[in-house]
Ligand binder design. Structure first.
Ligand SMILES: [Zn+2]
Length: 332
């Protein structure tokens, strides 16, 4: 099993053979898992046989394992990265693992799985019943009051001019602004944002699996690709949004197809740290813009400073050095 050899060649030099076939060394994951300092007592251990490899840390409790014929799971990838294995080697091991799995599964899966990182053509969807461009509704003779409230919400947030949005009289959507998700000219999903602040669900969305808002931006030939958590932030900054506080593995693969510099602009809350850690793992830059304390995300900044200043502050505030990113993250 090539994975085992690859792992053993990246283990720290200081190690000892323990009982039960475990090889012990300092765990490289303790700090990530909330320990105050790095392991110095060789509490991490690895054990393998022909078919599998398992890792366990007695300090932070982190575990990871892999069995032949499966793809490398998330925790195993974390372990490999923390052991300092280069991203290119990890990718190669993952491809090997996928190939092994396909050989085990038979020929059909082989075809679908090898395309795992290519951005697919997402399926076209219909917007909610009766949806019309908000702009067209407002131009009509007698626009619905609720459509006017939707427009007011966008104006108040300073984003009316930057995004095409829809409104629908459908009971589930009439108190929402509908942001269409495009791929090319096709609508492949949407998100309905509550504009009253009274609905329990802030968003009612139809999102294809692993889709990123404004996904076409990844293919563009540009210097920067800004990645945000929220749709509205992305809509205004022509960024892509992961529409969550953590990117999926597949979203990460899509983002990594961008040719220029990726700049993550995380929300300024505790949950934003997840995306920052993913940025460090993938060699992306992270932006810590100089905004006033009370602003939580790019959308708030646009509301206060306008689009251009916000965009400039995101680019000016970006850092590519992972050590500095770590320090900044802790100072937030
Ligand atoms: Zn540990």
């Amino acid at each position: 099993m090539e994975l085992q050899q690859a792992i053993y060649s990246h283990l720290p030099h200081q190690r000892r053979q323990s009982s039960g076939g475990w090889l012990s060394f300092n765990c490289p994951c303790c700090v990530d898992n909330g320990e105050a300092r790095n392991d110095t007592r060789q509490r991490g251990g690895i054990r393998s046989d022909n078919e599998s490899v398992s890792y366990h840390c007695f300090n932070c409790g982190f575990t990871a394992s892999h069995k032949s014929g499966r793809v490398l799971n998330k925790k195993m990838l974390v372990l490999l990265r923390n052991l300092g294995m280069p991203e290119s080697d990890i990718k190669r091991l993952q491809l090997d693992a996928i190939r092994q799995k396909e050989l085990a599964d038979g020929p059909t899966l082989f075809i679908s799985k090898t395309q795992v990182t290519r951005i697919p053509i997402f399926k076209e969807v219909e917007l909610p019943e009766g949806s019309e461009l908000l702009e067209d509704i407002l131009r009509s003779d007698n626009p619905d009051e609720r459509a006017i409230s939707a427009a007011k919400y966008l104006l108040d947030r300073g984003i009316y001019d930057f995004v095409d949005t829809y409104w629908s009289p459908h009971p589930i959507f009439r108190q929402r602004v509908i942001f269409p998700f495009y791929q090319g000219e096709r609508i492949v999903g949407y998100s309905g944002r509550d504009f009253t602040g009274k609905n329990e669900a802030k968003y009612m969305s139809k999102t294809p699996k692993d889709f990123l808002y404004n996904i076409d931006a990844i293919k563009r030939n540009r210097k920067y690709l800004i990645v945000t958590e929220g749709t509205i932030d992305a809509a205004c900054l022509d960024a892509v949004a992961i529409m969550s506080n953590e990117a999926s593995d597949t979203q990460i693969d899509y983002i990594n197809q961008f040719k220029g510099e990726v700049i993550v602009c995380p929300d300024r809350d505790k949950a934003g740290e997840k995306l920052i850690k993913q940025a460090i793992e993938n060699g992306w830059s992270v932006s810590f813009p100089r905004w006033e304390e009370d602003l939580k995300d790019a959308g708030d900044a646009i509301q206060r400073y306008g689009k251009l200043y916000t965009l400039k502050s995101v680019i000016d505030g970006s850092i590519s050095n992972s050590t500095k990113i770590n320090v900044k993250m802790r100072l937030r």
